[in-house]
Design a protein around this ligand. Structure first.
Ligand code: ACO
Ligand code: LMR
Length: 384
């Protein structure tokens, strides 16, 4: 069947009328020319598009509907009856067996508009950020479920807060005290080390506190303060696999990797790092086991047989002792320990600690009001 919806104006429908009369069309035609209301208006009316304007009686909707009807098309009495006319014609064709109706395809359901659904309380916006360490929805903020007031009432220290916010649990006092000792011992190491040097130069160049701090922090890496996790990772792997210090160190040498946690530019066999000694002493007195640290010391004994400065450095001491803390406290599963070392929690201790010193260096330089720093090598470059 052919369905035609025309408009008043123009004469296109008459070519259809002609074709019907000449018997050129064999399918039933259901047609309607809209715009029959045009006669209700006193003046000429412009309808849908430029051509939809009755140019004379022949071009009126009534005349065209009449002509189509006379030529044999099915023409309803109004636009509203158009749908019924189409359906009746279609059903007739089906009844006569001229067509086989195809089952209707169910249109896909249109999803509900999100803002309307949110307004009606049926759904809520998806979560974009998930955080599991702190919460500020109640009367007071909580760190890993512990309210601020409890933290103050129970006299928690910075180590306890790190324990809550980093490890999401309340570690025993000897552990949080150890964390604090790490922070205190690594807070600063004089003005000559990489971090302090950068911070001092930046502060003297007139930069603000945050810029001076981060320029120092950005030097923390595998050779300076950022070897704690690597030390923990390699010592753990070697110890757990039962490697002798010789097998471990020589194996690393073959791979071309310096043993993280071993070596220092200033400290040596005869000029021991006091920080390392203090950490070891604390752990001996308080930790249930120091097996990883003892292994690190055996490694140090072996590396010292190669060179005097290949001592267990502060990164290596913290890395191995933190393994002892994590496994000895019984508060972490094996996968949790691996994840902590993997993510790099332990370098975080050095970053946190050294920030204290770097902020101090920034204030110091601002107070001293020294001129813009120029590197001493200019003497070598510009003097003959
Ligand atoms: N393992 C094996 N051999 C080493 C190691 C090590 N960790 N460190 C130095 N050596 C040897 C090397 O054989 C090197 O010889 P090479 O030139 O043939 O490679 C020789 O000692 C001298 O090495 P340097 O790079 O001159 O040592 P330097 O004193 O400059 O470096 C440093 C000190 C950066 C700490 C170095 O020992 C090192 O990379 N250690 C591993 C990383 C580490 O523990 N960093 C943390 C340091 S502590 C802190 O920053 C707070
Ligand atoms: C430090 O704590 O900054 C040092 O161990 C590194 C260094 O170069 O002395």
């Amino acid at each position: 069947m052919i369905v035609v919806l025309g408009e008043l104006g123009g004469r296109d429908e008459y070519s259809l009328v002609e074709a019907l009369k000449e018997g050129k069309i064999h399918k039933p035609v259901v047609a309607w020319v809209s715009g029959t209301c045009a006669r209700l208006f006193k003046s000429e009316v412009q309808f849908g598009h430029a051509g939809a304007k009755s140019g004379g009686e022949l071009e009126s909707a009534q005349a065209k509907n009449q002509a189509l009807k006379e030529a044999g098309a099915v023409v309803p009495t109004s636009y509203e009856a158009f749908e019924t006319a189409i359906k009746e014609t279609f059903d007739k064709l089906a009844e006569e067996g001229k067509i086989t109706p195809v089952p209707d395809i169910k249109p896909p359901a249109i999803p509900e508009d999100l803002s309307i659904a949110i307004k009606s309380g049926k759904v809520r916006a998806p979560t974009h950020i998930i955080s599991t360490i702190s919460d500020d929805r109640g009367d007071e903020p909580c760190y890993a479920g512990v309210p601020m007031s409890t933290i103050i009432e129970r006299g928690f220290n910075v180590g306890d807060v790190i324990s809550l916010l980093w490890f999401k649990r309340s570690l025993p006092r000897y552990c949080t005290q150890f964390i604090e000792i790490c922070v205190m011992l690594c807070a600063d190491h004089g003005p000559c080390v990489s971090g302090a040097h950068n911070t001092i130069v930046t502060a003297r160049a007139g930069k603000d506190l945050v810029s001076s701090l981060v320029s120092g922090l950005l030097t923390i890496g595998p050779r300076f303060g950022g070897a704690i996790d690597d030390a923990a990772r390699y010592f753990k792997d070697a110890y757990d696999r039962g490697l002798s210090p010789y097998e471990f160190v020589e194996g690393m040498k073959r791979k071309g990797i310096r043993v993280p946690g071993i070596g220092h530019r200033i400290k040596s066999r005869d000029n021991r790092d006091k920080r390392v000694q203090l950490l070891q002493q604390y752990a001996h007195n308080h930790f249930p086991s120091v097996k990883y640290m003892e292994y690190a010391v055996q490694v140090e004994n072996y590396t010292l047989s190669k060179a005097n400065n290949l001592v267990l450095n502060v990164d290596g001491a913290i890395g191995s002792l933190f393994l002892d803390l994590l496994s000895g406290s019984g508060m972490f599963t094996k996968p949790e320990i691996d994840e902590i070392v993997d993510i790099g929690y332990l370098n975080g201790l050095f970053v946190l600690a050294r920030s204290i010193g770097l902020i101090g260096h920034t204030f110091d330089q601002k107070r001293l009001k020294q001129p813009l720093y120029r590197h001493p090598w200019e003497d070598v470059l510009y003097t003959k």
